[in-house]
Each structure stands twice: as C-alpha cells, then as structure tokens.
Design a protein around this ligand. Structure first.
Ligand SMILES: NC(=O)c1ccc[n+]([C@@H]2O[C@H](COP(=O)([O-])OP(=O)(O)OC[C@H]3O[C@@H](n4cnc5c(N)ncnc54)[C@H](OP(=O)(O)O)[C@@H]3O)[C@@H](O)[C@H]2O)c1
Length: 217
C-alpha cells in the first residue's frame, strides 16, 4: 500500500447496511474515506460521518466514468452494493454481477488504484456452486456470475498490480439479511477489515469469508 499518512478507501454502496458500517469503521481508523450513494442529496447517516460522498448508481456508466476519473491513489476499493429479494432477475444481474466487475475495471483503467492496492467484491455464499449444476435461484445465480467473471479477470487484475478477492460477509442483520440473521453489521465489517488487512499476494483471486476462512467456489 502507498506510503502516506492516511490510507484511502472507496466504499461503493454505503448508504446503509454493511457498506455504511464499513465506511464508519474506516473513518474511525483514520482512513480517508470516499463513499458512494445513489442519494447524495439525502445522505442520511452517511452524511454524519465526515467523509467524502460521491453519487453513484452502479448501473449508470456516465456516473461511473466521472467517479473513476476523479479518483487517484486508492489503497482499497470495496464494492458492496447489492440487491436481493424484491428485485427482478435482470436488476440482480446488473447490480450484483455486472456492476462490481465494470466498476473495478473502470477504476483500474483510470489508474485510480495505487500499485499494491486491494480490491474487495462483496459476494455471497449463496453464489457458491460447489459443483452443483443448474440454477441457484436468481440471487445465487447473480453472485455465482460475479464469482465466475472475477475468476476470469483475476490474472489480468494481478498483472495490473492489485490484490483482489471476493468476500462473503456472513448472514447479517440488514434490510437484505433480515432481523433474524445472527450477525450484526459491526461484527461483519470488523471481520472484513481484519481480512483485508491481512491479505497477501497468495490470497489474490480467492473467495473468503468475513471470518478469514477460504470459501469453496
Ligand atoms: N446481509 C446479508 O446477510 C448478506 C449476505 C451475503 C451477502 N450480502 C451482500 O452484502 C452486500 C451488502 O448487503 P446489505 O445486507 O448491507 O444490503 P442492504 O442493507 O440492502 O444495502 C444494500 C446497499 O446496496 C446499495 N445499492 C443497491 N442497488 C444499488 C445501485 N443500483 N447502485 C448503487 N448502490 C446500490 C444500496 O443503496 P440504496 O440505499 O440506494 O438502495 C445499499 O447501500 C450486498 O452485496 C449483499 O448482496 C449480504
């Protein structure tokens, strides 16, 4: 990571849930935090954290180009934005599978990530095929498609000097995870931060859990 006094992170999809908590914790750790939301005019709790807010609907190519062009020196990118039940299969594919890859690719092509920088794509254990043939359901299929494309691009991303992984954040009490999930956002975000801090080149291109265990594809 770059030799600067404060490290710089971009959290994509930080309006609520796990993304908001990641942003909050990185601010608390003294990082320079950039966070995206679809509603920058109504940032809610994100607006209380003293970080830099950027507008981004991850399906919007023009907004993405503006963001990528405005970023430099990122030590860490976390693509957290995702959709679950209540959205169409097409939206799940666009937000969960296509957008994380396109976003990271745009940031790399724009030279926004520092050499040695880290990239985390938030996936789900429900996207693990574990050798199964056939559909994993719309949500699982979208995360499996993300994992597949991530694996296809991993070697190229490594050659661009970044260390990239996909991460299952646990089953977390958020709007998506529901109230009976066992994990709070604090615990999930702490686990992801610990995992990220310990990542080495050997870990690149792999599927991890918030607890730091490798997950089968
Ligand atoms: N919670 C769990 O148990 C669980 C388990 C496995 C994986 N995950 C994954 O973890 C990530 C975070 O989930 P969460 O539980 O924190 O969900 P959440 O509370 O529903 O929050 C989802 C976040 O994604 C953003 N988002 C959705 N569509 C977007 C778009 N088109 N453009 C930009 N941002 C968009 C939302 O922004 P808005 O406020 O604008 O909608 C919100 O910030 C997701 O990738 C999810 O699939 C969650």
């Amino acid at each position: 990571m770059a030799d600067r006094t404060s490290l710089k992170v971009l959290v994509i999809g930080a309006s609520r849930g796990i993304g908001l908590e990641l942003a909050r914790q990185y601010v608390g750790q003294g990082w320079e935090v950039h966070a995206t939301t679809r509603t920058p005019d109504q940032p809610g709790r994100l607006g209380e954290l003293g970080l830099k807010i950027h507008p981004l609907d991850v399906r919007d190519g023009a907004q993405l180009a503006l963001l990528a062009g405005s970023m430099t020196g990122l030590d860490l990118v976390i693509h957290n934005a995702g959709v679950g039940r209540g959205t169409s299969r097409a939206e799940m594919m666009a937000v969960n599978a296509d957008a994380p890859i396109r976003t990271v690719q745009a940031l790399l092509d724009a030279g926004a990530v520092s050499p040695g920088g880290k990239v985390v794509l938030v996936t789900s254990q429900l996207g693990a095929r574990r050798g199964r043939v056939g559909s994993l359901g719309d949500y699982g299929d979208s995360k499996a498609a993300l994992n597949d494309e991530f694996r296809r691009r991993a070697a190229d991303w490594a050659s661009r000097g970044v260390l990239a992984v996909v991460v299952h954040p646990g089953w977390v009490r958020t709007d998506m995870g529901g109230s009976s999930a066992p994990l709070g956002v604090e615990e999930s975000a702490e686990g992801i931060r610990r995992l990220v801090a310990g990542l080495t080149e050997r870990d690149h291109g792999r599927f991890w859990t918030w607890e730091g265990r490798e997950h089968p594809w």
